[in-house]
Write a protein that binds this ligand. Structure first.
Ligand code: TXA
Ligand code: MG
Length: 341
């Protein structure tokens, strides 16, 4: 049997049988396992073909529940969860021994997130145990924003999928590392950009009278899972960040580069087009409004790859002054096989 849409009660039964399920959040769909089931946690890595160095986010129904799994819950953490939970914010903070090393890839910190989706919250409250969940896509591929995306990603798995409709946000949560700076002050870094921006975080700290400085983490040990390629559609995408470039120029650029493309980068396969000459282009288009663009990004990438074209192009002049566009650009740069700039 392949994937199927499940009722909440069926999803809970599956989780209690140490299986994994697909479930909706406001960002993207997740592939969930109970954190107290090593068997199910291992299944996540197996089904996703995910390397063990990439840690999983632990989903909770409340800050109260999150506190059970950390060493310390400073005012700085509470300021963020008061302001943004439930919502698209993952807080990376020192874990205690209740969190298995498999979840954090052996790191001393855990990513905690309380999703703002009624069905996800009902699931978490009913089951009572936090759920470790990555996005429900094969490693390195486009994230799913509908139940149908999850089902098409794992056609050979007997996977129960809770259908909560299309995801409202559409890109993954902002991942924020909160780190102690001696003796009693804290600093933060954004390990993955998302809807919640650095300015939003600074405002939330300031509202509680806290001074927390932002640092830019370039330490791959603090931020594993930040691969060069990710979110890749099933056909090569060229991101063109220059204005007024013709289709023909882009095809020529692609043809001049295709021989140099690696077949994979850090375990993520890089697709090549079927035809080597006379390439047909599919143009990806997104709304100008960043909220709408985020909501439709992954669905549009999937749809574009299903069309007849050999390669996808997306023309986009970088707009990093809008933090949500900056987060989208981070996804697009990783999704692209080539960037014309
Ligand atoms: O919106 C989301 O966050 C979605 C939904 C399902 O909640 N989840 C998600 O999970 O995007 P995933 O596995 O696709 O991405 C998790 C990323 C990791 O690749 C890593 O970059 C970061 O979150 N992360 C998780 N735990 C971490 C930790 N302990 N330390 C540092 N980074 C961590
Ligand atoms: Mg993911």
């Amino acid at each position: 049997m392949g994937p199927y849409k499940a009722l909440l009660s069926e999803a809970i039964t599956e989780l209690n049988l140490n299986h994994v399920i697909g479930f909706p959040t406001e960002t993207v769909y997740g592939l969930a396992a109970k954190i107290d089931s090593p068997e199910a946690l291992n299944l996540i890595f197996k089904i996703k073909q995910r390397p063990f160095f990439d840690p999983l986010i632990v989903h909770v129904h409340s800050a109260e529940q999150a506190k059970k799994y950390v060493v310390d819950w400073p005012k700085e953490a509470a300021a963020l969860t008061d302001a943004f939970w439930p919502g698209p914010l993952t807080l990376v903070i020192e874990k205690n021994s209740l969190i298995d090393d498999l979840i954090t890839s052996g790191l001393p910190r855990v990513g905690l997130r309380c999703p703002a989706h009624p069905l996800a919250l009902e699931l978490l409250q009913t089951i009572g145990v936090p759920l470790a969940a990555p996005s429900a896509n094969l490693f390195g591929r486009v994230s799913p924003t509908t139940a149908e995306h999850v089902m098409s990603e794992f056609p050979n798995e007997s996977l129960a999928v809770l259908d909560g409709g299309p995801c409202e946000v559409g890109i993954e949560s902002t991942v924020v590392l909160l780190k102690k700076k001696l003796p009693s002050s804290w600093e933060f870094s954004i390990l993955r950009p998302g809807l919640i921006s650095a300015a939003d975080l600074l405002k939330a700290f300031a509202e509680k009278g806290l001074v927390v400085s932002q640092v830019h983490s370039s330490n791959s040990k603090e931020a594993p899972g930040q691969m060069q390629h990710h979110y890749m559609p099933a056909k090569p995408l060229i991101l063109c960040t220059k204005a007024n470039i013709s289709d023909a120029e882009l095809v020529n650029f692609f043809l001049s580069q295709v021989a140099h493309l690696p077949s994979e980068v850090a375990g993520v396969p890089i697709y090549r087009p079927q035809a080597k000459t006379d390439l047909q282009i599919t143009e990806l288009k997104l709304p100008m409004d960043s909220r709408l663009a985020a909501r439709s990004l992954y669905g549009e990438l999937r749809k574009a790859a299903e069309k007849n074209g050999d390669i996808l192009i997306f023309r986009h002049v970088l707009m990093a002054q809008d933090p949500l566009w900056a987060a989208l650009e981070e996804r697009l740069l990783k999704a692209a096989s080539l960037v014309y700039q």
